[in-house]
Design a protein. Structure first.
Lengths: 142, 431
């Protein structure tokens, strides 16, 4: 069983440079997009392979988001299982540590199906945490 | 001893085995999957991070989700699945001996698909000096402990190697409250995908030390510290840079080896460059009717590519088995004497190619997969047979962490004569 969580270090997005290189993670192509800033304000974007890349780069320098994945303990009869979970949509990177604290304390009872909501609206982000697989009694217990 | 007959027996129930089985079933073959674990899905079940399925399902999935979508398809298709079953022998005559709680099984197959995956390189593979304490483990084992078994590997973690599993575990352990002190990489460049460097290390301020390696393991019976040192351009340790770092866990993410002991039992020849079977354009090994796909063939970085490759192997295996059945006793149809085998191999800056050979004339296009040996900033793919250039790509950047694919059309290769020509895939630097 895990111990109480320690503080999680998250880095701050530095946006005082005039050029920021952003690696787009929308698809496996991994385009390196250069964002040009003028006095800290977005001026233009260069190197994106598609429209999604431009949107990603704009978001990445201001309010970066990530899909958070972890596990939740599920008790099923006299056995316990780790259920993989994810945020159903990306959440703000700065909310990840808070969300982890909630996910870590969550316990579920009984079998469950892939896709069911495990934690609704985690930390007020408007995003649900959902189950990434089905758990049945015959599955691998921990 | 139970005797069973199938058109196709697939060995391994991970993403490759499931995709191959589904494709073969779709072509009308009777199919069995043999899996040694207690569930299908293979390594995907412990890969709880997202980033899977971007090209195959056109959406971002986690490993368990990708697996469950396939597990449901396998269940719906009427494929026989043998779980908790270990294959212990495979003969060139395509007889599979397996064992489970009920005893021995002997399965006779029209064709075999090898889909056993790969395993991690361990400390012994790179001969790190020092004591032999607890607390030194592979990144994938730590991943299983944390994501499936609910066990904590340690408190203060050092990671050797910048492979994708190591990077993903750096993030995972940090999120679970452990302290990841740093990732150390012998080479002057990272081995993992760039998205993982960014999302797993940079997001959490975990330092990546390039051209640095672990030179000593200290402590017994439990790990107490590791010694790290920088290396020069010849990868020789620079003595004055030695530094001791107190830690209780060393994770190794130093590469994967296709698991081919069983393949070799059946007489399949391996490609020394991939440690996987030597295959032709149908992913058939040099033992007729034995096909291979997924990480047992060569190590992939994206499961979507594994699925595509496995579908190709399943398709070809079904065609082989069904043809053998209908034309029992009759030798291969078509004019075999007009066909020639052309070898395909790596040239400048290329580590390997899959397939390693093909038959011409070919009725269909051929997809050649390869990997560069080192990162190249500006380079172009050149595929040639003798002096004839079959394909030339546009100059761009190449990374050794990314698998490359080039598709050759039948008309581009059918003029070749196998007795005198080899296809060489090179990636040439453009200055």
């Amino acid at each position: 069983m895990y111990q109480e969580p320690q503080e999680i270090k998250m880095n701050k997005n530095v946006i005082n440079n005039t050029d920021i290189k952003v690696c787009c993670t929308t698809c496996p192509k991994e385009c390196v997009i250069t964002v040009h800033l003028k006095k800290g304000v977005l001026d233009s974007v260069e190197g994106e392979g598609c429209k999604r890349g431009k949107k990603f780069a704009q978001k990445e320098i201001a309010t970066p988001e990530r899909t958070l994945t972890s596990t939740v303990m599920v008790e099923c009869g006299d056995k316990a299982y780790l259920l993989p979970v994810k945020t159903a949509a990306p959440i703000l990177k700065k909310d990840m540590a808070l969300a982890m604290n909630v996910i870590r304390k969550t316990r579920l009872i009984g079998p469950c199906l892939m896709g069911v909501v495990v934690i609704p609206n985690i930390c007020g982000t408007g995003v649900d945490v959902v189950a990434c697989r089905s758990i049945k009694e015959e599955n691998h217990a921990c | 001893m139970k005797q069973l007959d199938y058109d196709i027996v697939v060995i391994g129930g991970g993403p490759a085995g499931m995709a191959a089985a589904l494709k073969a079933k779709e072509k009308g073959a009777t199919v069995a999957i043999i899996e040694r674990n207690d569930e299908l899905g293979g390594i995907l079940n412990q890969c709880i991070h997202s980033g899977f399925g971007l090209s195959y399902f056109k959406q971002e999935l986690t490993g368990p989700e990708y697996a469950e979508l396939f597990i449901n398809r396998v269940a719906a298709a009427g494929i026989d699945v043998y779980l908790n079953t270990m294959v212990i022998d495979l003969t060139p005559a395509r007889q599979v001996k397996a064992m489970n709680e009920d005893g021995m099984l002997v399965l006779s197959a029209g064709a075999i698909v090898l889909a056993m995956g790969c395993r991690e390189r361990t400390r012994g593979a790179i001969k790190i000096p020092g004591s032999r304490p607890a607390g030194v483990l592979t990144a994938g084992l730590a991943q299983r402990y944390v994501n499936i078994e609910n066990r904590k590997p340690g408190e203060r973690i050092v990671i050797l190697g910048s492979g994708d599993i190591g990077l993903i575990m750096a993030r995972r352990l940090t999120l679970e409250g452990m302290q990841v002190l740093g990732v150390y990489e012998l080479m002057p460049y990272a081995n993992g995908l760039y998205r993982n460097i960014k999302n797993c290390l940079d997001d959490f301020d975990i330092p990546l030390h390039l051209s640095t390696t672990v030179t000593n393991i200290i402590g017994y019976p439990h790990l107490e510290a590791v010694e790290v040192a920088r290396v020069d351009e010849n990868l020789a340790v620079i003595d004055e840079t030695r530094e001791v770092i107190a830690c209780d866990t060393l994770l190794l993410s130093i590469g994967l080896i296709p698991e081919n002991e069983l393949s070799q039992k059946s007489g399949v020849s391996l490609n020394p460059r991939t440690n996987g079977p030597l295959v032709d354009e149908d992913l058939e090994t040099d033992q007729p009717g034995i096909f291979a796909c997924g990480n047992v063939l060569h190590v992939h970085d994206l499961v979507d590519n594994v699925t595509l490759e496995a579908e190709q192997a399943g398709d070809a295996a079904a065609a082989y088995a069904l043809q053998q059945k209908t034309a029992a006793g009759v030798s291969e149809t078509g004019s075999a004497e007009n066909k020639a085998t052309i070898m395909i191999g790596p040239g400048e800056n290329v580590g390997y190619t899959v397939p390693a050979k093909m038959t011409v004339p070919s009725p269909k296009e051929i997809r050649i997969l390869f990997r560069v040996r080192r990162p190249l900033e500006q380079a172009e793919v050149v595929i040639q047979a003798g002096t004839k250039i079959l394909y030339q790509g546009k100059p761009r950047a190449f990374k050794s962490s990314v698998m490359e694919a080039v598709v050759l059309k039948p008309e581009e290769v059918n003029g070749l004569n196998g007795t005198e020509q080899t296809i060489i895939v090179s990636v040439r630097e453009v200055k």
